[in-house]
Design a protein around this ligand. Sequence first.
Ligand code: HEC
Length: 108
Amino acid sequence: MKKTQLTLFFVFLALLTSSYAEENKPTTGETLFKQCAGCHGADGKNKAFGKSGILAGQEASDLVESIKFYKESEFKTHSSTAVMAKQVKNISDKDIIDLSSYISKLKK
Ligand code: HEC
């Protein structure tokens, strides 16, 4: 009887800790943004190379548009645009949406 109770206790504990880990897992957007933080700042408030706008708190739809521009632009060979184009050339549409939604929630 005691052993069953002990087993139940551990099963319960395992369930509890796994759901805890799930809740604290960073979102995809947050994970992806780590690649951007070097230039744009961990809080999204750096002007990258003194050229970009501040990303934090921009509308998600504007961010999607900007990122797609860098990814798809014909003019992406131009200096600082080329820097950004390289950052986003391999990201998927879903990544763009996840990133934009994360960045739009950063405090201005
Ligand atoms: C190597 C530095 C660097 C990295 C890393 C980088 N960027 Fe940029 N980003 C720039 C520069 C420089 C500009 C300005 C480009 C220009 O002149 O159009 C810019 C501009 C932008 C803009 C337009 C902002 C505005 O309103 O002016 C967005 C959005 C953006 N970056 C998103 C991202 C995202 C998302 C990532 C990560 C996937 C990222 N950047 C990674 C350097 C970087």
